[in-house]
Write a protein that binds this ligand. Structure first.
Ligand code: MN
Ligand code: MG
Length: 301
C-alpha cells in the first residue's frame, strides 16, 4: 500500500501576491504566494504528492489586463502567473474559459513559459468524424510516469493519466477570438471519447481536471457545469472541479444530488474544489494498493 497526495489550485486569475489590485491594498485571503506556503508544508508531510492546476490563471485582475494590453506577451516573455505556477511546482494543468479572453496568440505565448504540461480534451483546431479523431488545440491528456514509495519504503512505478475539460461556452464568451479558429465539444462527449484511449495507455489512475462546476446531476448537451456527469464517466477515478469559485466539500453543496458532501465524492469519485484566487488549496489523500502490476484506490480523504 502507498499514499498519494493530490493537491489542487484553481481559478488563480493572476493573483500572484496577496494584494487586492482593485482596492489597491494588501489582503491576506488570496494570492498564490500565500497558497505556496500551504502547499510547501502539505507537500513536505507526504511521501508521494502531485500538484495540479485547474485553469483560469492568465486573466482576472488588473495585472492580467496590464500584461495583455500594455506590456504585451511577445514570444519568449514570461507571464507572471505562469512563473508563479512554475515556482510552486505545478506538475500539470488545464485551460479555463478565461485563458481565451486575450486571444490564441496571447495564450500560446503565455503557455510557452509553463514548466509543466497542459491538457484540454474538448477544444479542437479541426474536428474529426468523432471526438477522438479531433486535432485538439492542446494534447487532450498526458500520462505521467511516477514512482510511489510504499509503506515499507520501497518504490514502485505508477502511471497517472491527466485529462482536462473547459466549458464549451467559450465559443460564445470569446467568439471574436475563437470563431473560425477552434471549436468546442461537450465535456462528457469528449470524455467518453478520450478516456478509453487514455486507459489504453495502461494508466493506473485517471485524474480529470474539470474546469467546470458542480451543476445538474444529469447530462445535457453543452452543459457548462458538468462535474457530476463527468465524474460518472467510466475510467475517471478522481475529479478536480473548478470554475464556480466555490469550495467542495463545503456548505454550498449540502443536499446536492449526485454528490456526497460528507465524504467528498462526486458521482462516487473522490473530488475537491479549491475556491478561487488562491483562497484555498484542494487536497485529496488516496490510499492505494498494488494489485498485480497496477494500483487501485482503497480509501480516500
Ligand atoms: Mn474562474
Ligand atoms: Mg472559469
Amino acid at each position: 500500500q502507498a499514499h498519494l497526495r493530490i493537491m489542487e489550485t484553481t481559478d488563480l486569475h493572476v493573483h500572484v501576491w496577496p494584494y487586492d489590485y482593485y482596492a489597491d491594498e494588501a489582503t491576506d485571503t488570496l494570492g498564490v504566494a500565500r497558497t505556496a506556503a500551504l502547499i510547501e508544508a502539505v507537500r513536505a508531510e507526504a511521501g508521494n504528492s502531485i500538484l495540479l492546476d485547474n485553469g483560469d490563471f492568465i486573466q482576472g485582475n488588473p495585472m492580467g489586463d496590464y500584461i495583455a494590453y500594455e506590456r504585451g506577451m511577445a514570444e519568449g516573455q514570461a507571464h507572471p502567473i505562469v512563473t508563479a505556477m512554475n515556482q510552486i511546482g505545478v506538475e500539470a494543468g488545464t485551460l479555463g474559459n478565461h485563458e481565451f479572453n486575450y486571444g490564441l496568440d496571447f495564450l500560446k505565448n503565455s503557455l510557452a513559459g509553463a514548466g509543466f504540461p497542459l491538457v484540454c480534451a474538448n477544444i479542437a483546431v479541426t474536428e474529426g468524424a468523432s471526438p477522438a479523431e479531433d486535432e485538439t488545440l492542446l494534447p487532450p491528456y498526458i500520462v505521467l510516469d511516477r514512482e510511489l514509495v510504499d509503506g515499507a519504503g520501497e518504490t514502485h512505478p505508477i502511471r497517472l493519466g491527466i485529462i482536462g475539460f473547459v466549458p464549451p461556452q467559450v465559443m460564445q464568451w470569446d467568439r471574436k477570438h475563437l470563431e473560425g479558429n477552434v471549436s468546442a465539444r461537450d465535456i462528457v462527449v469528449a470524455a467518453n471519447a478520450w478516456v478509453p484511449k487514455l486507459r489504453d495507455e495502461g494508466v493506473d489512475l485517471v485524474i480529470a481536471l474539470c474546469h467546470s462546476g458542480i451543476g445538474a446531476a444529469t447530462h445535457s448537451e453543452g452543459m457548462e457545469n458538468a462535474a457530476i456527469p463527468l465524474a460518472a464517466v467510466e475510467g475517471i477515478d478522481v475529479i478536480l472541479p473548478g470554475h464556480a469559485h466555490l469550495v467542495f466539500p463545503g456548505p454550498d453543496f449540502d443536499g446536492v444530488e449526485g454528490v456526497d458532501n460528507q465524504v467528498g465524492t462526486i458521482s462516487g469519485k473522490p473530488a475537491v474544489m479549491a475556491g478561487f484566487w488562491g483562497s484555498h488549496m484542494g487536497l485529496i489523500d488516496l490510499l492505494l494498493e498494488r494489485q498485480g502490476d497496477g494500483w487501485t484506490i482503497v480509501s480516500h480523504q
